[in-house]
Design a protein around this ligand. Structure first.
Ligand SMILES: N[C@@H](CCC(=O)N[C@@H](CS)C(=O)NCC(=O)O)C(=O)O
Length: 220
């Protein structure tokens, strides 16, 4: 089986898939789609992903898998070890809920096409656009913090003592806070869990600035 992952160093949705692949020990060749240069809109990539977003996962000659959380679910079903969801339905619902606070609520509001629209169509100047990016990034992190600080299922990680989908999404959202200069001192639980995640090689190696397509000026 050959796997090809279309992604981009800075993409947080790609980060989720990169971490899950690494945790599961699955090899995928990553192809960089430069979102900052608009390569997602080129005809070649549009043929892979008509929504013009990364990630897309190609497995052999089947149709591309799209949407990072769907790809995580696919990896969980096909490579059950190590599990990235708890065994019990209630625990699974909690983990998916935490993950989707990021993947369905926070992250979609800060992606390049939204930033471009705010600037081009809505005529927001840069400070106003940055306020938008910071606001929605912070909102998702604050919601995570409240859940994690108050629910007894929280352990070393978001749910117990092993990483799950929720930790993968949390870690990406903390990188978003870094991109947009969002203050994280009021989120001690989120940051404690982020630090735990980054002790794991799969999370660390997948991080944006450690990707071969990240600009050398930022990585050195
Ligand atoms: N919900 C999608 C989000 C995909 C997405 O928006 N990806 C961003 C990068 S993180 C992208 O490719 N954006 C291109 C654009 O907005 O033009 C997923 O989780 O896969």
């Amino acid at each position: 089986m050959t796997m090809k992952l279309y992604g981009f160093w800075r993409s947080l949705a790609t980060y989720r898939v990169r971490v899950a692949l690494a945790l599961k020990g699955v090899e995928a060749h990553e192809v960089s789609v430069n979102l900052l240069k608009g390569m997602q809109h080129g005809d070649d990539y549009k043929a892979v992903n008509p929504q013009c977003v990364v990630p897309s996962l190609l497995i052999d000659d089947g149709p591309p898998l799209v949407q990072s959380m769907t790809i995580l679910e696919y990896l969980e079903e096909t490579h059950p070890q190590p599990p990235l969801l708890p065994r019990d339905p209630r625990g699974r619902a909690r983990v998916r809920g935490l993950a989707l606070i990021v993947a369905c609520e926070g992250h979609p509001l800060i992606v390049p096409r939204i930033r471009t629209y705010l600037e081009g169509e809505m005529r927001l100047d840069e400070p106003a656009r940055n306020r938008w990016l910071q606001h929605w990034t912070r909102k998702a992190l604050e919601a995570l913090e409240t859940h994690l600080a108050h629910e007894r299922e929280t352990g070393r990680f978001c749910h117990g003592d092993a990483p799950t989908f929720a930790d993968i999404c949390l870690a990406g959202q903390v990188f978003a806070a870094g991109y947009f200069n969002v203050e994280t001192t009021a989120m001690p639980t989120v940051m404690r869990i982020f630090d735990e995640c980054m002790k794991i090689d799969a999370f660390d190696r997948a991080q944006p600035l450690k990707q071969p397509d990240a600009p050398k000026s930022l990585t050195h």
